[in-house]
Structures are given as C-alpha cells and as structure tokens.
Design a protein around this ligand. Sequence first.
Ligand code: G1P
Length: 293
Amino acid sequence: MAVRKAVIPVAGFGTRFLPVTKAIPKVLIPVLDHPAIHYCVEEASRAGIRDIVFVVSNDQEAIGRYFDSNPELENHLASRSGTARLDALNAINSMVNVTTVLQEEQRGLGHAVLMARDEIGNEAFAVFLPDDIIRHTSPTIAAMVKIHEENGANVLAVKQVPDSAIPNLGIIDPDPGSSDVRRVRGMVEKPELEEAPSDLAIIGRYVLAPEVFDAIESAGKGALGEIQITDAIAKFIDGPGVFAYLFPGDHFDVGMPLGMLKAAIHEGLGRDDMRAELVEYMNNALESGKTED
Ligand code: G1P
C-alpha cells in the first residue's frame, strides 16, 4: 500500500536557535520567504503524502495556522487586483491535511513519534525531521517509499558527514559496496567518534512500518537519557530489515543559524528575481572581506 501519512515532530525548545525561539517556534523561522517547515511538507506533498501529523508542544498553534486558510487575509487579497498572492496562499492551504498531537513532555525523538500512533494506525508511514531540508529535483522521500515497497524494510536517509558531526547524529553500519541503497547491519545514536561504525549519518527522513511503535515502547532510554527512534528501528535489522538510502541533492541543517543562512542563499540563487543581485552582493562582500584581511 502507498505511504499516505507522515509524522513531523516539531516540539522542543529550539535551544540551538535562541534567542529567537523564545518567542517563535523554530520551524517557523523563514528560509527566505517560507518557514522552514514548509519545505518538508512540500516534499511530502510532492510524493503524494497528504496527511501530516505534527507532534507539537504547548504554544505551537501558529504552526498549524500556516497550513490553514485565513479568510480575512484571503478576502483582503481577493479584493485587490491580481491573484498571484492569493493563489500562492491557497496552494499552501490545499497542499496537505494537518492534524496535531501534543507531546506534553520532551522525552526524545522516539517518544515524539510514538505520540502519533493513533493517527497513523496500522500502515507504513514517513517521518520528516524539519531541521533537515533536502533540495532535489525529485523528492527524497518518494525514492525511499519505493525502496520500502520493493523490500518491505524500514528505510533511512543517510549521508557522509565529517568526523566532528558524528557524535551528534545517528550513525549506521552499512553492508559494504558502493550502491546508493545499502542494507544496514547496525546503527547507533550519537556514538563517540572512536566507536562509530562508519561516517554515514542518518538524516531526517524515514519510511517505517507500523510495528516500530511497539519497538519504541519497549526501547527504553538511550543516548542522552532519551527514547531514541534509532534504537527502535535497530530492532528490525535481523527481521524485515533496514535499508539506508544515500540520497542525492543539497542537504541543509536549518536547526542552527549557519545552516539556515546557507539554505536561504541556496534558495535565493535559485530565484530568477533575486539571483543577479544576490551574486553581486556576495561578490562585493567577499571582495571587501579580502581587503580587510
Ligand atoms: C535525530 C536522530 C539522529 C539523526 C538526526 C538527523 O537527532 O536521532 O539519528 O542523525 O536527527 O538530523 P537529533 O537531531 O534530534 O538530536
């Protein structure tokens, strides 16, 4: 059966993005003129995933509002000439169906995903971590759904990362080979560099069978004393299997300011109305940076 639903955990304090996250949910900080959360949801929608479950914490109603209609604003735009803005807003409203579930305590990513169990039911589903934006001509999650359909396995997106990043991420032990789809033999959440089985890190896209919910329930606390999705998925390695997908495209960690800035520049360079001026600005900035050295 096709994957129709996705869980997107958005709860959390956004500490890497303080002070702005004192007042604004991290996923609403814009990458250019769309909030970060827009990009994951758009990727899901492009892959035919229409039902999105946001796992939120208190005070995050604004996230749902972004995907809802706003009649007052729409009437205001409709009464003016030109429909481009209104059309753009309507496209967002009609992109997906949104449900929110509350995660009252922050007990880890596995726990956050477990909160969506009733909404997902007994079918395979996708998980998107909105800190990870992947830009590519075709949606990464669509390729992963295909791998899931072919193998019946859980599927993770992975990429090669530098040593310095390894202790902050989930790291896999892949079957040897050079294919972009590799069977996973082991996985460990936030290992010490010396204990990491490879330099391939999990990036926030998953396609999971519903059995993972039981596995999360029995997982117990892992790295950082939290319930980790990595530990739950690892239980399937010897059963239906876990596959890693070394995805193509551009990946940005927008959970921190520098990653957000890079993503914004990437988007700006892709826009006909901005590219020339942005390039000119960057060239000048680089030139004056040189003379200051
Ligand atoms: C989570 C996952 C980790 C993964 C990372 C990717 O970690 O637990 O396996 O590598 O996302 O962004 P977090 O960033 O929540 O600490």
